[in-house]
Design a binder for this molecule. Structure first.
Ligand SMILES: Nc1ncnc2c1ncn2[C@@H]1O[C@H](COP(=O)(O)OP(=O)(O)OP(=O)(O)O)[C@@H](O)[C@H]1O
Length: 253
């Protein structure tokens, strides 16, 4: 048995006095896509953000319990949150390129993390990140154009390339297709399928169809609890819990 990439044990997340995540334990493996599903407000995004300490940036948010990356406590005293967020990258709901060129959007992270020795090496990182994100052919002749000039779907692939550029181990995606049309969504879903061979991927999605299409394992959250976690095909066909069954048959959410 290989060790899980990420292990959460008895995790609670609070916003002030309010508990948004209640005693969640889960093991997330490499080489697959893990989907988080559940009705609006159930805590999917909150829990996702706890996996790379993005909640640290929200005033009043507090995480208790333990989250391990390759066995190392990400909330431990020796963990630098900036370095952690390079190892556990994130892609958001709305594509959010920097107001800079396509090239600079990718080069920024490697530069602050000191990953390139010079221009040639940076060029290589930029190209390979864009290739891996399936965007290179569309942008190779206009790397100095602003990232914001791309279409929504291209911008989201640029944001994925930006995450890839700092050599992450895990990529967290918070509803990455919710602002995209069906064609751009299909591109991102294909990309997710390819990327899972290299990175552990965790995706929050409102769409059960999307979870069924892209993930191998699914976690169903409800009211801050992890209700059920299992193989995606099993969870959608023979859920163990009544609450999961009610959700996937459309009784709420
Ligand atoms: N920054 C915040 N400050 C205070 N409460 C918050 C904050 N972010 C989320 N919450 C609350 O925490 C709970 C979980 O929210 P969260 O956004 O994680 O749910 P979600 O399942 O991702 O929802 P959605 O699918 O609508 O995005 C909700 O009750 C929400 O109101």
């Amino acid at each position: 048995m290989t060790e899980p990439k990420l292990t959460a044990r008895n995790v609670d997340v609070y916003y002030g006095e309010k508990k948004a995540i209640d005693n969640v334990s889960i093991a997330i493996d490499n080489g697959i896509v893990t989907a988080f599903i559940g009705p609006s407000g159930c805590g999917k995004s909150t829990f996702l953000r706890s996996l790379n300490r993005m909640n640290d940036t929200i005033a009043g948010a507090r995480v208790t319990g333990e989250i391990l990356l390759d066995g190392e406590d990400i909330y431990g005293p020796d963990m630098d949150p900036v370095a952690l967020r390079a190892r556990v990258g994130m892609v958001f709901q709305k594509p959010n390129p920097f107001p800079k060129s396509i090239y600079e959007n990718i080069a920024y992270g490697p530069r602050i993390h000191g990953l390139a020795q010079g221009k040639a090496q940076m060029d290589e990182i930029v190209e390979s990140s864009l290739v891996k994100a399936g965007l290179w052919d569309e942008v190779k002749d206009r790397l100095s154009d602003p990232g914001t000039a791309l279409s929504g779907g291209q911008q989201q692939r640029l944001c994925i390339a930006r995450a890839i550029a700092v050599s992450p181990e895990v990529i967290l995606m918070d509803e990455p297709c919710s602002a995209l049309d069906p064609i751009a969504t299909a591109r991102i879903e294909e990309l997710i399928d390819e990327l899972k061979n290299t990175y552990a991927i965790v995706i929050v999605t409102h769409s059960m169809q999307q979870a069924a299409r892209v993930s191998q394992r699914t976690a169903f959250f409800h009211l801050g609890h992890l209700v059920e976690y299992g193989e995606t095909s099993q969870l959608f066909t023979t859920p163990r819990e009544d609450r999961t069954k009610d959700y996937i048959t459309g009784r709420y959410g």
